[in-house]
Design a protein around this ligand. Structure first.
Ligand code: FE2
Length: 385
């Protein structure tokens, strides 16, 4: 038995942004608060969105101060903004930070906090304000998930918060919004999406429904990630990445992520490494460590990604997969933690803390091979160089 949760409505494809007012009307929503980051607020995209809403007779207020890796304090500031208006929904416009902020704001606008009380294993299912997600990167899949990630700045912890309250009612997935993204951001977000798909597929909570989306996502993302990084204007590659990211989001929201994400969040929280980049730093080593416990599943991943040779067995196919993950990291200039500039003494000192926080998030328990704290610490040491 699988329990499946998805957004009520989605608009997918080139030009979908123009459909936002009609999609809101379909859901009976008419007074949005738009939350975005300072870059997008100044880029013209926010003005375009506000003009579309105004033309449709939909009065919106906009907050342009969303910060990267949102914190409890940054969410509370956005809650104050939304409470100061009369809004019937929140629109998160941007990457994962804007959408995750919108999700937390939607809940805290109608429910008492603090945000720390909502961290996993707590499940927040009672609806907050309706959430609308308009992603501008192909990576987080947050537009289709029942999760948000908020950093507790008091403890330097990226808190995973889960529940139906965080599932958008509407996702507007327009790949044209990603065409101008630079190669570094495309690489980081694309690897994040690939990691979602792989982890959803090998997860202990995988199911036939999530499997279909996970395999489709891997098939879409793998051959197009290098293309989009090499040529940001490649529309076919961008479209495939955007769809793959959405499919990966639907997969992991209904199957969960696993050890890579569990270990990645503490790296992001303590060392301020972009989320997709910290996933990429870990993905080859964690895949190699986990693969013996789920050889057939990882071989399926390699086949979906087009990496398998005909007639080759699972063992050899998975060896190709691990090597391909190392190769794409080289091609996309993913640094090791050491090359990123993290001080070795800090890495060593925080390794036990990061291992504990990884375990507490619950994600490693979904891994096909469930690690002890000491094994997570060994994996952090292995990823160092
Ligand atoms: Fe992720």
């Amino acid at each position: 038995m699988a329990a499946i949760h998805l957004p009520r409505a989605m608009r997918i494809g080139a030009g979908a942004l123009a459909e936002l007012p009609a999609a809101l009307a379909e859901l009976g929503l008419s007074a949005p608060a738009v939350l975005t980051d300072p870059f997008l607020a100044g880029s013209g995209l926010l003005d375009r969105l506000l003009a579309l809403l105004a033309e449709a007779g939909c009065p919106a207020r906009a907050y342009g101060e969303v910060r990267a890796d949102p914190t409890v304090a940054s969410v509370e500031a956005a809650v104050a903004f939304v409470r100061a208006g009369k809004h019937d929904c929140v629109i998160g416009l941007g990457g994962g930070s804007s959408i995750d902020t919108a999700k937390a704001v939607a809940v805290l606008t109608v429910r008492e906090g603090p945000m720390q009380a909502l961290k996993a294993p707590h499940q927040e299912n009672a609806p907050g304000l309706p959430i609308v997600a308009v992603p501008t990167t192909a990576g987080t899949g947050s537009e289709a998930t029942r999760f948000t990630i908020i950093t507790d700045e008091a403890s330097d912890e990226k808190m995973l918060c889960a529940g139906l309250a965080y599932l958008p009612v509407l996702a507007v997935v327009d790949y044209e919004l990603t065409l101008s993204k630079p190669a570094r951001l495309t690489a980081d977000t694309g690897i994040d999406a690939l990691t979602h798909a792989m982890e959803a597929y090998v997860s202990r909570r995988a199911n036939p429904f999530s499997d279909g989306f996970a395999l489709a996502a891997m098939a879409a993302i793998w051959p197009n990630l290098r293309r989009a990084c090499a040529n940001p204007g490649d529309r076919a590659a961008r479209e495939a990445l955007m769809l793959g990211s959405l499919q990966a989001g639907m997969a992991f929201s209904n199957a969960s992520v696993a050890l890579v994400h569990g270990m990645s969040r503490p790296i992001g929280a303590h060392f301020h490494v972009a989320h997709g980049l910290s996933n990429a730093m870990l993905l080859p080593a964690v895949t190699a460590w986990t693969a013996p416990a789920a050889l057939g599943r990882y071989a399926d991943c390699a086949r979906a990604m087009g990496l398998a040779e005909p007639g080759e067995g699972d063992q050899a196919t998975v060896a190709r997969l691990v090597e391909a993950l190392r190769a794409i990291n080289r091609d996309l200039a993913v640094p090791s933690p050491k090359a990123y500039g993290i001080a070795e003494a800090d890495w060593q000192r925080l390794t036990p803390v990061m291992a504990r926080q990884a375990l507490e998030s619950g994600s490693p328990a979904n891994n096909p091979r469930v690690p002890e704290a000491a094994e997570i610490e060994a994996l952090y040491r292995e990823a160092w160089t």
